[in-house]
Ligand binder design. Structure first.
Ligand code: F6R
Length: 607
């Protein structure tokens, strides 16, 4: 989604803006632009495509104050005319989010004589601020007044040629943080863009407006009162967001999974007990009274939830439902104050998941838990309990290490709930803890299968469709495999519980249809084998991921890769890894943009 970088410093900031935008490229975008305070007037450069193009266009531009943006098209096609910044008179604005009343504003401002040159909702913000300035020349106050008229979600940054050396930023709903540097103040959509200049970050609250100068910073809250927001020292290292020896972020993140899991599970290192405290100080009292669980999430995070449902019901004995956040938030549902709402999100800023959480709270569901990879995100701040996965920054649009660390966190939740409910024996607890501790090693062994998986990817990269099958707790893993394949290789893929085949999808199976099957050596393997026969009998080519001890052999049309160990309840965490590698290599063969697949954004901050 759109990315913002802004700077007011004592020296030239154009390279800071460009480097910041490069760090935000992972969020997904289709055009980019920047505007700076020039010697005579605002200087603006915009381009369609990559930030590298913008960099060429901005060569020679110099200023100590400016704003920059990567745009992911919502209102209006991706073209230079619609790229940010948008200018009105002396001012320039960049914006992330959606202004819901932009049409009414456009009509009102057009009637005042403003000429719109783009199709965007953002341009109405620029003209609105310019119009307010006619009666309120103070830029800070003008932005304050203008934002009160905006309905929707936004983060904005504004410069004014008549107020050199200042950037005004404001946020409501969309993420924006400030960087406090030695010789300047900065703003960005996420911390990775600012690590080049500072580690000292200030997280703005909804409704905050801030004025950034080279040596000054002031913030006012939604009520217009001056406030101080704490400075956090970011733990992100600049190296964590570099590619290093890897060709793509997705590849790097797949191979970082042993480390990411080790970090996420660190707190169970020496101890044998599953303590509620790992979910927050109030977890023991909140969980004791819980009678059911509702998991809300989108995309890959929802697949983590679907997997956890099998664990929570089988191990903890607690009824669990999983719902897509964008559906739940608009559905008339029956609230249950004793139900635990679990929201899962890598970014913690996904608009639908955040809105679903707020919707649940508004209906009186106060028992909320966020499982999230970004500690200061909106979803974490709005939840009563939290568990921070320690996957490190995930840059590739296709989620990989965030998913497996979410699964690890959800398994810990299962153990804690099972223990609180008196359903976990000491022996089982110790055995599960041991399996968790061994996970990084087990994942490493699966990663070593890459050459065989790569060879498979060559063979079906020219296909236009693929079917994924799984059963039980591996059905959500099949869903995740299909999502990975379609989003980065653009091969159409569907996932089904294998038992559903004969109720419809079997009609699709012929020699051109690769059928990828997740077939661990669990209680459903024999049933699954019968389903595979159904595919083979129709000429379908099978690609089966089995376990080392599975009695399942390859034959004509049946290709088998065996994972080294059978991992019981935790097996989904291992079985998703070959599917990630398969998608990655299929995408490489097809030559797609693996880290930035078409039409997709990393952080979906609009609904
Ligand atoms: C798929 C993917 C998306 C996200 C979804 C939710 O690879 O990354 O489906 O999982 O947009 O994002 P978060 O987890 O940030 O809420």
């Amino acid at each position: 989604m759109c990315g913002i970088v802004a700077a007011a410093a004592s020296s030239n900031i154009v390279s800071v803006l460009i480097e910041g935008l490069k760090k935000l490229e992972y969020r997904g975008y289709d055009s980019a632009g920047l505007a700076v305070i020039g010697s005579q007037q605002i200087e603006r450069v915009r381009s369609v495509g990559r930030v590298a193009e913008l960099e060429k266009g901005a060569a020679g531009t110099q200023s100590s104050t400016g704003i920059a943006h990567t745009r992911w098209a919502t209102h209006g096609a991706p073209c230079e005319r619609n790229a940010h910044p948008h200018v009105s008179g002396h001012i320039a604005v960049v914006h992330n989010g959606i202004i819901e009343n932009h049409e009414a504003l456009r009509t009102e401002l057009s009637a005042q004589g403003y000429i719109f040159t783009s199709d965007t909702d953002t341009e109405s913000i620029a003209h609105l601020i310019e119009s307010v300035q006619k009666t309120e020349p103070d830029l800070f106050k003008a932005v304050q007044q203008a934002t009160r008229r905006l309905i929707g979600a936004y983060a904005i940054a504004v410069i004014d040629q008549r107020h050199p050396g200042k950037v005004i930023v404001a946020r409501e709903g969309s993420p924006l943080l400030l960087g406090v540097g030695e010789a300047g103040h900065y703003a960005a959509s996420d911390a990775s863009a600012l690590l080049q200049v500072t580690r000292n970050m200030v997280y703005l609250e909804n409704g905050d407006i801030a004025e950034l100068g080279a040596n000054t910073l002031r913030i006012a809250d939604a009520a217009g009162q001056a406030v101080e927001r704490p400075v956090h020292v970011s733990e992100l290292s600049a190296a964590a967001v570099e590619l290093g020896e890897y060709q793509h972020y997705m590849q790097k993140e797949i191979f970082e999974q042993p480390q990411a899991l080790g970090n996420t599970l660190e707190m169970i290192g020496g101890s044998k007990s599953s303590q509620p405290g790992i979910f927050g100080a109030d977890a023991a009292s909140i969980l004791a009274d819980v009678d059911s669980i509702l998991i809300l999430a989108c995309g890959t995070s929802s697949h983590a939830g679907l997997t956890a449902r099998y664990w929570l019901e089988a191990i903890a004995g607690v009824p669990c439902n999983v719902e897509i956040a964008s559906e739940y938030r608009y559905r008339v549902s029956v609230p249950n104050p004793r139900q635990l709402i679990v929201v899962i999100s890598q970014s913690g800023e996904t608009a639908d998941t955040l809105a679903a959480l707020q919707h649940a709270k508004a209906k009186g569901q106060a028992k909320t838990l966020a499982i999230c990879n970004v500690p200061e995100s909106a979803i974490v701040r709005e939840s009563a309990l939290r568990f921070i996965t320690r996957a490190g920054p995930e840059i590739g649009v296709a989620s990989t290490k965030a998913f497996t660390t979410q699964l690890a966190a959800l398994f810990l939740l299962t153990l804690v709930v099972a223990k609180v409910k008196g359903r976990l024996s000491e022996a089982d607890e110790a055995s599960y803890q041991e399996q968790l501790r061994h996970l990084p090693v087990a994942v490493n062994k699966v990663l070593a299968l890459e050459p065989a998986i790569k060879a498979w990817a060559q063979r079906f990269a020219n296909k236009s469709d693929a079917l994924f099958l799984g059963r039980g707790r591996h059905y959500p893993i099949a869903l995740e495999g299909a999502l990975k394949l379609k989003e980065i290789s653009y091969i159409h893929a569907e996932a089904y519980p294998a038992g559903e085949l004969k109720h419809g999808p079997l009609a699709l199976v012929d020699a051109n249809m690769p059928v990828i099957t997740v077939a661990p050596n669990d209680e459903l393997l024999e049933k699954l084998k019968s389903n595979l026969q159904e595919v083979r009998a129709r000429g379908g080519e099978l690609y089966v991921f089995a376990d080392g001890d599975s009695e399942i052999e390859g034959s004509e049309g049946v290709n088998i890769i065996k994972l080294p160990e059978h991992y019981g309840q935790l097996s989904p965490i291992l079985h998703v890894i070959p599917l990630q590698l398969l998608s990655y290599h299929a995408a490489l063969v097809k030559g797609t943009d693996v880290d930035k697949p078409r039409n997709l954004a990393k952080s979906v901050t609009v609904e």
